[in-house]
Design a protein around this ligand. Structure first.
Ligand SMILES: C[S@@+](CC[C@H](N)C(=O)[O-])C[C@H]1O[C@@H](n2cnc3c(N)ncnc32)[C@H](O)[C@@H]1O
Length: 371
């Protein structure tokens, strides 16, 4: 039994079953024992993300952000807010590239690296020391209260937000709660803990089939609504794996999309090692559109990472992959890493990019030129 499992079992014994969302929140974000509260050192044994593959990912994003700044008529300050900045790897790639290749944009750039895990913020401080000292970048545990002009972006944040789990049973939605039976976590079907869950499905015109299970990502909806409220003028760029609601809740997903990850193995053993494995659910892009729209965000497009990176890199034949004096072996390696990011069977079609804007009605972005 992990230390967190013991704490959760005791809590359930004293206060009764908890929603799955509450269980997932503790597993990922418990201040001491949560999976993301640990420093990142052991993490590559479980999963890796696009910025880990090659800096080209951040460099192409930097080009897209520079274009956004142009479309906002080059404000003297452009707030670039990275939500879930982790240890700052992507921030470093973006800042270094902007400084050397996009100097006008860099002069206006103010980078806020938002990360809720204190352990990862400490690691970020090392990674970004130079930019922090220059005042070009600042770490934060939350999104700035007001973003007059800029962009809020994230890579693999929303799949890591807690979800409620439901099951259509006897013609109505019921919620999966977590109980504990003699030291073993068990699932219980109970009435919905909040009417926000039925509202979530109704707003998307989704009725589950009898016996179907699904996730309701209420926290992701709250998140997009809140950032939309804080953004005065600019863009929201979200990269993650997921689907539109019509696909997410179709008959191919009768058991939902929740998975546990440990040592690069996915499983449905959600209760195997609380706090010591990752838990993730596919993102519902329809919900992000709808809940964003309620707060003034207009969707510009949803495209696969393949199309997104190709649109941004093809203009100069991916010259941003290389640096002066690079030898041929490193060039070949860089091209292979680019393929991992772009090829459909790699990360290219697993990940999608959602682009939204607020108060930039005539926005035209290179990344979406194929739409
Ligand atoms: C899967 S990791 C992705 C990290 C990074 N974006 C990357 O691509 O490598 C998810 C990160 O989101 C952070 N996180 C979760 N909820 C957050 C929130 N509300 N605000 C900021 N960071 C959050 C976690 O602490 C964790 O570092």
């Amino acid at each position: 039994m992990t230390p967190l499992a013991a704490l959760l079992a005791e809590r359930i014994r004293r206060f009764g079953p908890i929603t799955f969302a509450e269980y997932m929140r503790e597993c990922l974000y418990h201040p001491v024992h949560g999976y993301y509260s640990q420093p990142e050192s052991a993490r590559f044994t479980d999963y890796y993300t696009s910025p880990d593959v090659h800096p080209i990912f951040g460099r192409l994003l930097a080009r897209q952000f520079a274009e956004m700044w142009e479309q906002l008529d080059r404000p003297s300050e452009f707030l670039l807010v990275e939500a879930a900045a982790g240890v700052g790897r992507l921030a470093k790639h973006i800042l270094e590239f902007a400084q050397t290749k996009l100097p006008d944009f860099y002069a206006a750039l103010r980078y806020v690296a938002v990360e809720r895990s204190p352990a990862r913020c400490d690691q970020m401080a090392e990674q970004l020391a130079r930019f922090l000292q220059e005042g070009k970048c600042r770490p934060s545990i939350e999104i700035p209260a007001l973003i007059p002009a800029g962009c809020i972006f994230s890579n693999e944040l929303l799949d890591a937000l807690p979800v409620h789990r439901v099951r259509q049973q006897e013609g109505r939605l019921q919620e999966i709660f977590v109980a504990n039976d003699g030291g073993t976590f068990v699932e219980l079907l109970m009435p919905l803990s909040t009417c926000a869950i039925s509202e979530y499905f109704a707003a998307q015109h989704i009725t589950l089939e009898e016996g179907q299970q699904a996730e309701a990502g209420l926290e992701a909806c709250d998140w997009i609504g809140e950032i939309a409220r804080r953004l005065e003028r600019g863009f929201v760029l979200t990269i993650d794996y997921g689907h539109e609601a019509a696909d997410l809740f179709d008959s191919h997903h009768m058991a939902g999309t929740l998975l546990a990850y440990a040592k690069h193995q996915a499983s449905e053993s959600f209760y195997a090692a609380p706090g010591e494995q990752d838990l993730t659910a596919h993102v519902n892009f329809t919900a992000l559109r709808l809940w964003g729209q309620r707060r003034g965000l207009e969707t510009l497009g949803l495209i696969h990472q393949t199309a997104f990176l190709l649109a941004l890199g093809q203009g100069n034949q991916f010259a941003d992959l290389y640096y002066d004096g690079m030898d041929e072996t490193d060039r070949v390696r860089a091209r292979l890493q680019l393929k991992t990011l772009i090829f459909p069977e790699g990360m290219g079609e697993r990940f999608q990019v959602l682009l939204q804007q607020k108060s930039v009605p005539l926005a035209k972005l290179t990344a979406l030129c194929a739409l």
